[in-house]
Design a protein around this ligand. Structure first.
Ligand SMILES: Nc1ncnc2c1ncn2[C@@H]1O[C@H](COP(=O)(O)OP(=O)(O)OP(=O)(O)O)[C@@H](O)[C@H]1O
Length: 351
């Protein structure tokens, strides 16, 4: 299920990095950065296993939301391996931060805060924290890496590249000692289709023992969306919108502007101002959501199956069994089925 496996067949520069981590004062933090398929997770798996066998206590923060090793997908996860392991997919997460998408370009805040929170939870309890990141390293991705490094202040930032990330290397220097590593000759590229298939397997595995549960919006906070925020539209306002735009208005709220859940009844091109956010009812079905506790951490992920707006009830499919700590339902921006079929990504401002 995971591309990266434990191997000791690594380039010499990885052995040097291992030696300098072993020698360094503890607690120690390493952030690994590199493009897609550059070998980040393979490096983390190698270092974690070697450090464990040297007797160090190790934590892994997996923030590679596009190809998570430690489940669930679309979250940032903290794991504390105690024995050697072949692949990060064998690790059990002990804490998660919900990002809600596998493509986090518009989620810089969540990515940086999530990594910081996972590191904070564990940095004084282990010798070495190893931080895996996404392969999104250009444009907004490069900014995201800089912000993560600024917040976390790693002792070493390992950048795996073949020269193409020299600008990012310079930008990262104020926030930690940067060590540049060559891309391993054995690193192999995975085409998009294969990456999607790997993700499908992970979704399927994560949701394999799920059950449908219900939450009332009067009992939990709803976040990550403007739905359920503001004053309910009255019957006249709904009717006016329906007549003007040819919609069936399922629900609506008035805040600074209007947020409306609707279905198109008539087909014609429509234009409306940014003050009116109109969400197709079907965009909510199979939307990934996070079950969030009172500390803002994610207890697990769920798939939104049905919203009963008149009764304010959400029906969610989730493998999380103990729901007593859930204080908040956070809306993500990917639609996915429990069989692992990704139905589409949503823009941040769509909900
Ligand atoms: N030292 C190595 N020895 C053998 N195979 C390697 C090595 N480094 C990387 N690979 C192979 O290259 C591929 C990509 O590596 P890996 O999954 O670690 O990359 P990544 O940078 O974590 O990818 P992603 O961008 O998806 O996060 C994998 O199939 C992995 O097994």
């Amino acid at each position: 299920m995971n591309k990266a496996r434990y191997t000791q067949d690594v380039p010499e520069d990885r052995i040097e990095l291992l030696k300098s981590i072993a020698r360094h004062d503890k607690p120690f933090k390493l952030m690994v950065i590199g493009g897609v398929d550059s070998g980040k997770s393979t490096l983390i798996t190698f270092l974690a296993n070697e450090l464990l066998s040297l007797g160090f206590k190790v934590a892994v923060v997996d923030s590679d939301v596009g190809q998570k090793g430690v489940l669930p997908p679309a979250t940032i996860t903290l794991a504390i391996p105690e024995v050697s392991f072949e692949s990060m997919s064998e690790l059990e997460g002990v804490a998660h931060y919900f990002v809600g998408t596998t493509a986090p370009a518009q989620f810089t805040g969540e990515m940086a805060v999530g990594v910081k929170r996972m590191v904070e939870l564990v940095e004084n309890a282990v010798d070495v924290v190893l931080i895996d990141t996404t392969g999104f390293v250009t444009g907004l991705g490069a900014e995201m890496k800089r912000l993560k490094a600024e917040l976390v202040r790693p002792d070493i930032i390992a950048v795996i590249h073949s020269g193409e990330l020299s600008g990012l290397v310079k930008a990262l220097k104020p926030y930690g000692e940067v060590v540049e590593l060559a891309v391993s000759k054995t690193a192999r590229r995975y085409p998009l289709e294969e990456r999607r298939n790997l993700r499908a397997e992970k979704w399927r595995y994560y949701f394999r023992d799920s059950q449908l549960v219900e939450f009332s919006v009067s009992e939990v906070a709803i976040t990550g969306t403007s739905l359920f925020h503001g004053i309910h539209l009255n019957a006249d306002e709904k009717e006016l919108l329906e007549r003007t735009f040819g919609w069936l208005v399922v629900a609506g709220w008035k805040n600074k502007g209007y947020t409306v859940v609707k279905a198109d009844v008539e087909r014609f091109p429509r234009a409306h101002s940014r003050e009116l956010k109109a969400i197709d009812f079907e965009k909510l079905s199979n939307l990934l959501v996070g079950l969030i506790d009172g500390e803002g951490l994610c207890l697990g992920a769920g798939i939104l199956k049905w919203v009963n707006f008149s009764e304010g009830m959400l029906q969610i499919l989730t493998p999380v069994r103990d729901l007593s700590g859930v204080r908040e339902i956070r809306f993500g921006r990917i639609r996915v089925t429990e069989e692992g079929e990704e139905l589409g990504l949503l823009r941040r401002d769509e909900l």
